[in-house]
Structure formats: C-alpha cells, structure tokens
Design a protein around this ligand. Structure first.
Ligand code: T4K
Length: 369
C-alpha cells in the first residue's frame, strides 16, 4: 500500500529558485504576451531540440488543433481514430467538420491504414491520425493514401514530443503536426502546445491565425483566434528544456523496469516497442486479457484500493460519447479492435519522480492478483 496517492502522472517541475530570474526578466520588461522575447527564444530552442525547422507556439494543444484545421481550410469529412483523447474529434466538430471514425491497428493502437480507403467519400478532405502514446503511426502508408486521394494529413502528435523514426523527428510528417505541453505531458509549460509547420510561409499564416488574424496594427487577414502562448509559459518551457533529457532518461528506466517485471504475468500484455527508434515513454499502457484472474475494472479498482490511481486511457472510445455515438462510423462493429483495446487498457503510473517503492507496490498488485 502506498502511503499517499500515486497518480498516473505527475508533472515534472524544475527547482523553483531557478525560475525566479526568468520572472524578474518578465517583470523588468513588462512584456507579458504577444510574441515576446521568451516566446521567440522558446520557438528557437524547441525547433533545435526537436529537429524541426518551423514551430508555432500555442496556449494549448486543442487550440493548436483547431487552428491547424483552419490554416488548411479543412471542411467536409475527416478520417480519424476513436482511440484518443476527446480533443482530437472535438477539434473537428468545433470547425463544423464531420469526424469519420476508422478502426485502429491491434499492435500500435494507431489508425489502421488498411481501413482508411473504405471510409473515403467525395466529402473527405483530410486524415487526422494520432501518434497514440507517442507510438509512431504508419506514416508512409497514410501519406500514400493521402497523395492518391489528394487529402491533407494533420497529425495529432500531442503525445509524441521528442519521438523520432529512422529519418528524424516524427513531427516532420504530414502537412502539420500538433503538440501538447499540458501539465500531464512529457514536456510541459503548465498549459501549452505547438504546430510544426513545413515552411516559413505556413508558419507565418499560422502566426497570424493565432493572433486574431492580425498582420499589422490595421490589417486582419482571417477570422483568427487567441492561441498565443504567454511569456510566463514560454519562460517555464525554456527552463524545462534544460531538464528534459534527464526526465526522458528516468521515464526510460521506469519503462524498462515495468517490462522486465511484468513480462511473465499471465494475462497482461504490452507493446514491445520494437518498431520505435527514439521513444518518449509518455505512457505505460497494459492490456488486461481474459486469462488474467481479474477483469480490467477489477484490477483498476484493486489498484485504487492500494492508493494507486491508474487511468483507462482511452476508455470510453471517443465514438461512444453522446455527440458522436449516433454517427454511422461510430458503430462498434466498425471499430472492433478499438473497442476491444479500450475495454482492456490500463495506463500505469509513469513519471520521472515515480518512487521505487510505489513502483514495487504497483508491480506487486499486478503479480499477485
Ligand atoms: N490530443 C491528444 C491525443 C491528447 O491526449 C490531448 C490531451 C490533446 C489533444 C489536447 O491537448 P491540450 O489541449 O490538453 O494541450 C489529461 C489532460 O488534461 C489532457 O491534456 C491529455 N490529453 C489527456 C490524455 O490527459 P485528464 O482529464 O485525464 O487529466 P487529469 O486532470 O485527470 O490528470 C491526470 C492525472 O495527472 C491526475 O490524476 C493527477 C495528475 N496531475 C494532473 C494535472 C492537471 C497532476 O499531478 N498535476 C496537474 O496539474 O486529461
């Protein structure tokens, strides 16, 4: 039994005293927001760290998703996954776009490319896949379909900070990729997000869109939104970047211990990670199969009894929520893999400061059920 609650995640925070000089600088300059110096420095630092050329910062990942769809003028229908956080599909509905759900691949839990073509209609304009848990989508197969049908691809890469494939950052794929820097993410700025853009022209357009559409004092070129990241969040991000490699290394070690300790537990399965070049260990999802002595929910509740608050990301499926469940593509028979995974999944706590003792408790509950 853990002596205090252990949550699925805990935000990484740098030493508080190291943040004071950043605050002093903001207090001196009186520059609080609207592309101030911290914002510009963080864009530069992140593009170097992530290995991408053009990045536009946002106040959160959801506004970044909404803006990305506006930037590409996406309309009609968009093919997406039901196995994600609701923000993915909500960003479509908020733009007046109809989400069309397609089932996921049983190995990666990402959109299954072999099922995309059957869902394309004359109204389809784009695909919005998610690199779920930071596992890379089959970007080559998705791009092939997008090229054949002249569709945009917008990756919801909220979980994929720092993830790389053999060619570099996973964020370079598709027309745009969106990151989240929410408190629960691998890299956080309290709240925050970003759009990775392919070129300077697209970034400039997105910079206008996130600032109400203003180009200069008297010119508004589009019905934009307020998506700007404040100086305080940007400053925090600059400090966070100093500790990100350390945080990722600790996550990697926790991931290794879970794998090692759970590999022979009958009825518990997990992704082997073999197709990942550089992972970020953002989540540790397990599937509770029929052979396990407890049902998924019994295990979830048993963990709670031990003060361990795991999460069932992503249960229910997005397609089960009231605003989606009446849709033709939301039928369970259309989403059998997603439905099965969603009914078996538990995400175990993983974060840099996860205590060794708490980890041993979690493993004990799983091994002795
Ligand atoms: N696309 C995808 C694929 C996403 O996963 C997300 C967000 C988005 C888009 C949208 O990005 P943002 O607009 O959020 O930037 C959490 C997060 O709120 C959400 O950002 C995230 N995905 C989602 C997967 O998880 P909840 O409702 O589970 O959060 P909450 O508050 O229950 O937090 C989970 C645990 O974390 C808590 O039990 C305790 C711990 N925690 C949380 C917060 C907020 C802390 O220790 N400190 C904190 O400040 O959604």
């Amino acid at each position: 039994m853990s002596d205090r609650p252990v949550y699925v995640t805990q935000p990484s925070l740098p030493p508080l005293d190291e943040f004071i000089p950043y605050l002093e600088s903001i207090w001196d300059s009186k520059r609080l927001t609207n592309a101030g110096p911290m914002h510009e420095q963080l864009e530069q630092a992140l593009s170097e760290y992530l290995g991408v050329e053009h990045i536009a910062l946002f106040n959160n990942g959801t506004i970044a998703l909404l803006t990305a769809l506006q930037a590409l003028r996406v309309t009609g229908e968009v093919i997406t996954t039901p196995y994600s956080f609701v923000a993915t599909a909500h960003s479509l509905l908020w733009n007046g776009i109809k989400p069309v759900f397609v089932d996921i691949d049983p190995h990666s839990f990402n959109l299954d490319p072999s099922k995309i073509e059957a869902a394309i209609t004359p109204e389809t304009t784009a695909i919005m896949p998610v690199h779920c848990y930071g596992r890379p989508c089959d970007v080559v197969a998705i791009q092939k379909i997008a090229d054949a049908y002249n569709l945009n691809v917008i990756y919801d890469a909220a979980h994929a900070f720092g993830v790389k494939d053999s060619g570099g950052s996973i964020l370079r794929h598709g027309d745009l990729s969106i990151l989240s820097f929410h408190a629960t993410k691998v890299f956080n700025t309290f709240e925050g997000g970003a759009i990775i853009c392919p070129d300077a022209k697209t970034k400039l357009h997105i910079d206008h869109l996130k600032n109400f559409g203003f180009v200069d004092e008297v010119t508004v070129v589009a019905p934009g939104i307020n998506g700007k990241m404040s100086e305080i969040n940007a400053a925090f991000g600059l400090l966070q970047l100093k500790y990100i490699d350390e945080a990722l290394a600790k996550r990697c070690e926790i991931d290794r211990i879970y794998r090692e300790s759970l590999k022979d537990v009958k009825g518990i399965t997990f992704y082997d990670g073999s197709d990942q070049v550089t992972a970020n260990y953002s989540y540790f999802p397990i599937l509770v199969e029929d052979e396990f002595p407890l049902s998924r929910d019994e295990l979830y509740n048993k963990l709670k009894d031990h003060n361990i608050y795991s999460r069932r990301y992503f249960y229910p499926l997005i397609s089960e929520f009231p605003m989606y469940r009446g849709m033709e593509s939301a039928r369970i028979s259309n989403l059998s893999v997603a439905n099965s995974v969603s009914n078996k999944v538990i995400c175990l706590p993983i974060y840099p400061l996860l205590d060794k003792k708490d980890m041993a408790n979690i493993i004990n509950v799983l091994r002795n059920s």
